[in-house]
Design a protein around this ligand. Structure first.
Ligand SMILES: Cc1cc2nc3c(=O)[nH]c(=O)nc-3n(C[C@H](O)[C@H](O)[C@H](O)COP(=O)(O)OP(=O)(O)OC[C@H]3O[C@@H](n4cnc5c(N)ncnc54)[C@H](O)[C@@H]3O)c2cc1C
Length: 312
């Protein structure tokens, strides 16, 4: 980005009172704690500011990535000469009757807690995701047989520059996939619907899910969640069968507890993690004929990039 473009961006941010920082790295913006510096990170705290920021980036042709909690992102160690737009300050949601409408940066766990207090069922799995509503919708996140597509009603999104309401049928949800992910549309807010139950029943289910997750997954280590997935196969079981549990490259390691997770155990670089991911993919192909897709979103890696140009 040349200095003229950069100045224009900062001018936009200042005139719209959008908070920004120019001293951040992806290591600070992602749960795995790796990744290089980013030229500028924006932290809009209302919808108008978010949309203005995205439109300015698009108009100025600045590459950018939208981030929620960064719990499913691996950014390369290289300097990213673009922008990160972080949604976590857009964290409000309303609960009316059996529907929640959440701003994209609302915490999934906070939504789950409100649902439990109101005795609404179907969103218990949200309590297990270190996610924002927008990130979870884009990746159709889920666990224990549930995912966002099952409770989703509609989203407001910035789709190729236009604000649209996207209904369920148009989302083309699939395993860890949606139209938002495929088209790089930004989810601004999402409406989800739940079933009447009782607070005690919902809390019990959440507690059981959380216990199971804590028993089987390395929740206290730095990671980006499961790195690979396949529509029909249990990738983590196959990685385990292939003997990769505990496999190390530099400071990164395939979790000895759950083979789907690659951990940053000792000052890992994104390259360490990336190398492990590619080796796992190769082993799955060679040993089982499985073509596993990356679940973690790769940023600024080159050929594999999903977000290296502005699309909104
Ligand atoms: C310990 C741990 C456990 C996990 N367990 C699970 C699990 O059980 N099930 C599961 O599915 N995942 C799990 N994950 C992965 C991760 O939490 C989910 O994928 C989550 O939905 C990502 O949400 P996020 O807000 O952090 O998104 P980010 O990681 O910030 O972003 C993920 C992707 O979504 C895009 N994105 C973010 N916000 C928006 C938006 N508003 N509009 C459009 N696109 C957007 C980003 O550009 C990026 O491509 C786990 C991760 C960790 C670290």
């Amino acid at each position: 980005m040349n200095s003229e473009t950069f100045d224009k961006l900062l001018k936009m941010a200042k005139s719209n009172k959008v908070s920004f920082r120019t001293d951040m790295s992806f290591a600070q913006l992602t749960t795995v704690g790796t990744g290089g510096k980013v030229r500028v990170a924006f932290f809009p705290n209302d919808m108008r500011k978010l949309v203005r920021t995205l439109r300015a980036l698009n108009k100025l042709r600045v590459p950018f990535v939208v981030l929620g909690r960064g719990s499913n992102v691996l950014a390369s160690d290289k300097f990213f000469d673009g922008a990160a737009v972080v949604t976590i300050r857009l964290n409000k949601f309303t609960l009316r009757k059996n529907r929640v409408t959440a701003q994209c940066g609302a915490s999934a766990a906070a939504i789950a807690k409100a649902l439990a207090d109101k005795g609404l069922s179907g969103g218990e799995f949200l309590a297990c995701l270190p996610a924002t509503a927008g990130g979870a919708t884009a990746g159709n996140a889920g666990c224990f047989g549930e995912d966002v597509s099952r409770v989703f009603v509609k989203a407001k999104a910035l789709c190729d520059g236009k604000i649209r309401t996207v209904k369920r049928e148009a989302c083309r949800f699939a395993k860890r996939d949606s139209v938002f992910k495929r088209k790089n549309w930004t989810v601004l807010s999402v409406t989800m619907e739940f079933e009447p139950s009782s607070p005690s029943a919902v809390r019990k289910t959440i507690a059981e899910m959380r216990q199971k997750k804590a028993r089987t997954q390395p929740l206290n280590a730095k990671s980006a969640g499961c790195v690979l997935f396949h529509e029909n196969a249990s990738v983590s079981r196959l990685i385990d069968e292939a003997g990769f549990k505990g496999y190390r490259v530099g400071g990164a390691q395939v979790s000895p507890k759950h083979a789907g997770f690659v951990l940053n155990i000792d000052k890992a670089t994104s390259s360490d993690i990336y190398l492990i991911i590619r080796r796992l993919q190769k082993a799955l192909q060679t040993n089982f004929g499985i073509c596993a897709k990356t679940e973690v979103r790769l940023v600024n890696f080159g050929d594999d990039d999903i977000f290296t140009e502005s699309k909104n």
